[in-house]
Design a protein around this ligand. Structure first.
Ligand code: AMP
Ligand code: ZN
Length: 139
C-alpha cells in the first residue's frame, strides 16, 4: 500500500501521531478533526496515500465513499444533528491544507454552529449544454 513518510495522515494511520479514532478497516480510517468545526466533525481517509481527488483511482474512491453512510449514521445517532455536510477540498485554493485525500463529515446543528458555505448562483448566464459538452469530452 502506498504511503508517504512526510504525510501527517499517513503517520496517523500508522499510529505514529495520535488521533481520536472513529472507525478503521483494511482500506479506510476515520478520526475526529482536531479543529472540530462542529461537535463530531470527522475525517474519513483512504489508508492508501493519494494526494487529492485528481490522483485517486476508482477503487480507492469507491472504498472510501462506501464507508460514509455507516459513519454518517453513527454521527446522526450519537448527536442527532439537524443535518450533515460532506466536504472535500482539492488544492490549496479550494482550502486543502493536508495533501492526503479526506472527506470532512460535518454535523450541522444550527445557523451559527461554525460551518459556513455561501453559494451565490448566477442563473441564466451560462450555456449549460456547451459547458456539459466541454466537460464530457474530457472524460
Ligand atoms: P483540509 O483543509 O480540507 O485539507 O483539511 C485538513 C484538516 O485536517 C483540517 O480541518 C485540520 O484541522 C485537520 N488536521 C490537521 N492535523 C490534524 C491532526 N493531527 N489530527 C486531526 N485532524 C488534523
Ligand atoms: Zn498520506
Amino acid at each position: 500500500m502506498r504511503t508517504d513518510a512526510d504525510c501527517i495522515f499517513c503517520k496517523i494511520i500508522a499510529g505514529d501521531i495520535p488521533s481520536a479514532k472513529v472507525y478503521e478497516d483494511d482500506d479506510v480510517y476515520a478520526f475526529l478533526d482536531i479543529s472540530q468545526v462542529t461537535k463530531g466533525h470527522t475525517l474519513v481517509i483512504p489508508k492508501e496515500h493519494t494526494k487529492n481527488i485528481y490522483e485517486t483511482d476508482e477503487a480507492i474512491a469507491a472504498a472510501l465513499f462506501a464507508r460514509v453512510p455507516k459513519i454518517a449514521n453513527a454521527l446522526n445517532q450519537a448527536f442527532q444533528p439537524a443535518g450533515i455536510n460532506i466536504v472535500n477540498n482539492n488544492e490549496e485554493f479550494a482550502g486543502q491544507t493536508v495533501f492526503h485525500l479526506h472527506l470532512h463529515l460535518i454535523p450541522r446543528y444550527d445557523k451559527t454552529d461554525g460551518y459556513q458555505a455561501q453559494w451565490i448562483t448566477h442563473e441564466n448566464q451560462h450555456d449549460l449544454a456547451a459547458i456539459a459538452s466541454e466537460i464530457s469530452t474530457n472524460l
